[in-house]
Each structure stands twice: as C-alpha cells, then as structure tokens.
Ligand binder design. Structure first.
Ligand SMILES: Nc1ncnc2c1ncn2[C@@H]1O[C@H](COP(=O)(O)OP(=O)(O)OP(=O)(O)O)[C@@H](O)[C@H]1O
Ligand code: SF4
Ligand SMILES: [Mg+2]
Length: 324
C-alpha cells in the first residue's frame, strides 16, 4: 500500500492532554489510512493509553485540546456525549488491556455479546444470539454454543480476551483501538490474539490502532509505527522505515532493547523518563540522549519529515535536532 493511496480515516492534530498542571500528551499528531494498522510504541507512561482513551472520549479529569477527525464524522473531540454514544461500538471500538476487568462478572459472556449486537445492529433477540455464536466461532472460541452461558470467571484469560475481541467487532466498527490486548496473557497466546485481531480487522477492511510495547512485533504486525516518548511523538512512519531506517536516538534505543531478547532479559533504555514536574525545557529525551547538543536542552524539536523528499502526513517523520 502506498501512502498516497490511503485516505486518512483518522487524523489527529496537536492532541494535548493536561491532568492538573501536568501535560500528559503534548501536540500529538498522527494519521491513519483506511484499512491500515498503526502501532503506538513507547515505555510505560509514554501516553499510549491516553491517546486511545482520548479518541474514545473516555478520559476523565483531563483537559483535552487539539482535534481528532474521523472520516465522515468530523472532530471527535468536539462531539457531544450523545453523539459519541452513537459512534462507540459502531464506528470505533476499543479492546482493553485486561479483559477480566472489562467484562461484567454478573452476566454471561453470551448475554454481553448479544446485548452489544442488539444495541449496535438492531437485531432481534434470536438473531442476536445466532450472530453471537457466529462471532464466537470466528474468534476461535471452542464450543461457541456452550460458551454462550459461561460467566467470565469460568473462562481462561485467552478466552476472555477472545470474547472482548468479539464484542469490539460486533458493531462492525471501521476503527478498532486495541490497548495492549495481550499483555495479561502468556507469550504463545499473545501472538495468537495479535494475529486474530489483525486478521479480523483486515478481513473487514477496518483500520486498527494497536498499543504495543515491543517495537519489533509492532513493525512486523502493523503497517505504520508511531514512537512516543514522555507524551510526544518522536518518530512515526511506515513500519519498515521506523524499524530499519529510524533516525531518532530513542527509537534506536528501543530497537536495541528488543534485539537483546533471547540473549538476556528484555532491558529498558538506560535511565528513566523525567517526571511531569521535571520535564526538560527543550527535548524531553535530552536527559538520556547520547547525541544531545546545546540546542536540545533549550528548544523543543518539531516533528518534521525525516527525509527531504517526504512531505505527506503518512510519511516518515522525526522530532530531533541531531538525528542519526
Ligand atoms: N487517571 C490518571 N490520573 C493522573 N495521571 C494519569 C492518569 N492516567 C494516566 N496518568 C499519567 O499519564 C501519563 C501517561 O499514562 P498512560 O497510561 O497513557 O501511559 P501508557 O503509555 O499507556 O503506559 P503503560 O505502558 O504503562 O500502559 C503517565 O505519566 C501517567 O502517570
Ligand atoms: S533533539 Fe537532541 S536530545 Fe533530543 S533526541 Fe535529538 S539529539 Fe537527542
Ligand atoms: Mg497503557
């Protein structure tokens, strides 16, 4: 797929989120093409979940500025809650990290899926049940008829996450937000669920934003990668470019960490992310960067095309004064 062939289904511009005096997200700008999968990667606290939750308009106690244009709907950040209720589940859905916590323990999983189908698709009870069994089959749940009457606690973590995938896809959304949907699962099940989500979204021609910790997995699984550091986009672009031709020193460090898997334990980049009260004035990565220069500590670098010939919103971009 070429960038020019992709019409943005979602276009986020200068998304900024404050919690009290802390700027949790700072002018996050990214675009997602129709049918594309985009990975958000970065260390814990980078703001990945905040982006997904802001798009869903589920952030509480936060001041949000900027825009998030969804094709055909306008700026999600400017819609009323009533308008958002109509879009959630139908145009955009979210799969949460912990399926056990997201499912309601008081209702069977069949009822929870049927209710979503009833609400988003206007099906009758009988039709919703039939469709629910079909969806359970498509997400690989064994004995889908029998599982309809199971309560969440009677299912394994992997099966619970498959139920969440079925619920998220029930309204045929064209944008799926998957917030580390596999981090509570063991490694073999993780790969299955990531593959399942990507296969099902691609079959449906939907777009997907995947929150992932692992840059290599993100690059293999997704079309585009956005690297976040301390609430800012530091590098974004086609997955292959970001993995193999990255120019930001932080992306380099993230990649080195991933390559150490198998030889020793997964390590984080050296040092720690500054706390929100102590963010450096210039580049937020300057306290850990091996390429830091005088300008970096004074002036925040803007997100610009990584190479001269590039200019489209879906091209490779970096924010760095002294890139590799
Ligand atoms: N409810 C909240 N109240 C105050 N601060 C919050 C809240 N939720 C998140 N934050 C802060 O916002 C920043 C971004 O958090 P976020 O959860 O988006 O990060 P993340 O990249 O998803 O991290 P992780 O990989 O650990 O899930 C962090 O500094 C976090 O402490
Ligand atoms: S702007 Fe400077 S400190 Fe920041 S990543 Fe680039 S070289 Fe490092
Ligand atoms: Mg998170």
């Amino acid at each position: 797929m070429t960038d020019t062939a992709l019409k943005p289904v979602l276009s986020i511009k200068d998304l900024t989120v404050f919690r009290g005096a802390s700027k949790i997200l700072d002018r996050v700008t990214l675009s997602l093409g129709q049918g594309e999968t985009l990975a958000l990667v970065g260390e814990s606290g980078a703001g990945k979940s905040t982006i997904a939750t802001a798009i869903m308009r589920l952030l509480d106690n936060a001041k949000v500025t900027g825009s998030a244009e969804l094709a055909g709907e306008g700026d999600l950040l400017a819609l009323t809650e009533r308008q958002m209720v109509k879009l959630r589940g139908r145009r955009l859905s979210m799969i949460f990290q912990d399926a056990g916590a997201a499912l309601n323990p008081a209702y069977t999983v069949g009822r929870q899926l049927s209710t979503t189908l009833y609400r988003t698709q206007g099906l009758s009870k009988v039709e919703a049940r039939q469709k629910a069994v079909e969806l359970f089959t498509s997400v690989g749940i064994n004995d889908p008829e029998g599982r309809m009457s199971a309560f969440p606690h009677q299912l394994s973590g992997g099966m619970q996450q498959r139920v969440m995938v079925a619920i998220a896809l029930a309204g045929s959304p064209d944008l799926l937000l998957a917030d580390e949907p596999t981090s509570a699962l063991d490694v073999t099940i993780q790969a299955q669920i990531v593959r399942l989500i990507l296969t099902l979204t691609r079959e449906r021609g939907a777009s997907c934003i995947f929150v992932l910790h692992d840059l290599a997995l993100a690059s293999q699984a997704c079309d585009r990668v956005v690297v976040l550091y301390a609430g800012q986009v530091v590098e974004s672009g086609p997955a292959h470019d970001v993995l193999e031709r990255h120019r930001h020193p932080y992306t380099h460090q993230l990649k080195s960490c991933v390559l150490e898997i198998g030889t020793k334990d997964l390590t984080a980049p050296e040092g720690t992310v500054p706390s929100h009260g102590q963010m450096p004035k210039g580049c937020r990565f300057s306290t850990r960067c091996p390429r830091v220069m005088a300008r970096c500590t004074d002036e925040a670098p803007p997100l610009i095309p990584a190479r001269e010939a590039m200019s489209g919103p879906l091209d490779h971009h970096i924010a760095c004064w002294n890139p590799e």
